[in-house]
Design a protein around this ligand. Sequence first.
Ligand code: TRP
Length: 334
Amino acid sequence: MSIKRVLSGIQPTSDIHIGNYFGAVANWVKLQEQYECFYCVVDLHAMSMPYKPGDLKQNTLNMFSSLLACGIDPNKSVLFVQSMVPEHSELNWILNCVTSYGELSRMTQFKDKTTLLHEKSKDHFVSAALFTYPILQASDILIYKADFVPVGKDQEQHLEFARNISARFNKQFGEYFKPPQALFTKIPKLMSLADPEKKMSKSLGPKHFVGLFDEEKVIRKKVSSAVTDTGGIASSEMSPGVRNLFEILHACKKMNDFDSLKKDYENGSLSYKLLKDTVSDALVELTSGLKKRKAKLDENPDQLNQILAEGTEKARTLASNTIKEVKKLTGLLV
Ligand code: TRP
């Protein structure tokens, strides 16, 4: 049986945080052992929201080296930057033509991001790219004929969308794409430290997340100010903030600490200070190794460029082949 192919993408942001790490990247690292993996930094997607060109470039390179530092191995996976494989944009247009306005209008992420933009900016500019975002995402997946896409709940609708438009393409132009499937794995969903009812996200502000490359001091400070509850009573229902701290400990695989603190919690004697200190220790231990690897990579831009060029080359070989076939099927000259 041939080895199955996985594709996933991550937006370049200035701070990759522990939520991204445990919720996506650590899983990507594991998947490398079992699948042929394609991972891309989706810089074109990042342009759908207001941004500064200099920041985008910096964040893209930074995310690229962060992924390497986290353990994406260029000898096992194809790691590349979306815009450097222009075939994604070519397929994007063709798939635009088999997408209906109605189905795009039903995407909840568009509605959520539009609301966010209205709250944040005065000029209320909402790009058409934000609206057509899922088509580019479908192009990322279909251009490599990926079998599986590791997704969290928030991306499920986008994957469903990719399946739908691949089916529509096939109906119109002949069986060509196979519908990509979601690859659900048990991944921890970390919540914001300051508002533990919300998913950890950079856009909420610095108090809400722990950066993967934050200084030890910063990590300790953020964790020690995490929202918990008034404590003291052994209630049956753990409050979201406390649950989140336990979740982080679990994600860091500190099972002995996890079990013993859980026992304290159950008999009503848990010290939140101890819980927070233990969580901080676990995060400092995890991130200091990653930080060292990242610093080493960033010291050597030639090597990074070399990895980038090799990833681009491998991705383009496959992508250009798909585009050729798609052009033939759709009546374009090749
Ligand atoms: N939309 C995804 C996110 O915000 C990123 C993404 C772009 C992606 N292209 C993709 C994810 C293809 C999976 C597959 O997280």
